[in-house]
Design a protein around this ligand. Structure first.
Ligand code: XMP
Length: 319
């Protein structure tokens, strides 16, 4: 892609001009955006960059390991992997309000990140994988000026607290362009093509109280759903697909026994930039297959529903 080749060269020059001989710290979220930003920065400034991955224990099955091995082994980019699961789950215990969840995670993330940044000797710049739609959506929403729909999880507030300047090399790009840039930088296709995953992770896919047991149930259901989507060859046609574990239990029957377990909702949408979205029109046979597998294989779920809400009026995530 010639345009991404040109963008890459320009972006590298711009980063070098902005940063000079300064030190840069970059927070990895596990998502495509921060990964592309980090690889681009590494190309521009090499060892002036330190990457920090704060693992909040709210990732999907196998996700944290994937990010760590991509950076350490495939790219040989030094990475600080902070295991903060207990800290985050401890702070979230008993929290049910979606905005309180988001703010708790956002604040803790800053605390943990700040502490790690201090340990590596601080930095002059903070790098973020902010995209163009993030810039817009955090300013306003189609509903009118300055209505906060959700507090997006990023490292907002950090630059001032840590006396750092921001480096945001992807600020002009849309998601499809970031993916093209990722390919241009040699990131594996399976990583570049990944569905977006929100900063607060599974916390916002587990309405109501978050417990390690619920997260475990959710991870299993989500993995089965995505496995079936890949097997059916639908992964790349979908913008985002995930399971949500509802804080509701319903009565069911299995064998000759009564069950009383959680409901799992499945979500899948198509979108170009996440700002509007349509629910994905799965074939009923596909949904039936996924539901059967989840109920048979995941202890703790006895009912599966499919979310047919588009955005607006729904948002993509449930919280
Ligand atoms: P909503 O749910 O607002 O989500 O329709 C739009 C897109 O943004 C993702 N999302 C987030 N991404 N931090 C992120 O990095 C967040 O706090 C966050 N909340 C939602 C969501 O997954 C969808 O792709």
């Amino acid at each position: 892609d010639w345009s991404m080749k040109a963008f890459r060269e320009e972006a590298v020059e711009r980063i070098r001009a902005q940063v000079g001989t300064g030190r840069v710290i970059c927070g990895l979220s596990g998502g495509v955006d921060s990964a592309v930003a980090a690889v681009l920065l590494h190309e521009a400034i090499g060892s002036q960059l330190t990457c920090v991955f704060v693992d909040h224990g709210l990732m999907r099955a196998g996700e944290a390991e994937e990010v760590v091995s991509l950076f350490r082994h495939a790219y040989n980019i030094p990475l600080v992997h902070v295991r903060a699961e207990e800290t985050f789950l401890g702070a979230l215990a008993g929290v049910t309000d979606p905005e309180v969840k988001r703010k708790t995670i956002g604040k803790l993330f800053i605390d943990v990140f700040e502490e790690e940044a201090r340990k590596v000797g601080g930095a002059d710049f903070l790098a973020q994988g902010t995209l163009y739609p993030d810039v817009i959506e955090s300013v306003s929403f189609t509903g009118g000026p300055s209505v906060t729909i959700k507090s997006h999880h990023n490292v907002g507030g950090l630059p001032e607290r840590m006396n750092m300047r921001l480096v945001e090399p992807l600020r002009e790009l849309f998601k499809d362009e970031v993916r093209a840039l990722g390919r241009e930088l040699g990131l594996p296709e399976a990583f570049v093509g990944r569905h977006p995953f929100p900063g607060p992770g599974l916390a916002i896919r587990c309405p109501g109280e978050i417990t390690p047991e619920k997260l475990d149930i959710l991870r299993k259901a989500d993995a089965i759903y995505l496995e079936e989507i890949r097997r059916a060859g639908l992964y790349d046609d979908i913008w985002q697909a995930f399971a949500v574990l509802l804080p509701v239990r319903t009565v069911g029957v299995m064998g000759d026994g009564r069950t009383y377990e959680h409901v799992c909702a499945l979500r899948a949408v198509t979108s170009v930039d996440g700002m509007t979205a349509d629910f994905y029109p799965f074939d009923m046979k596909f949904l039936a297959r996924v539901a059967t597998r989840i109920i048979n294989e995941v202890k703790g779920i006895n009912r599966v529903t499919y979310d047919v809400t588009s955005k607006p009026p729904g948002t993509i995530e449930w919280e």
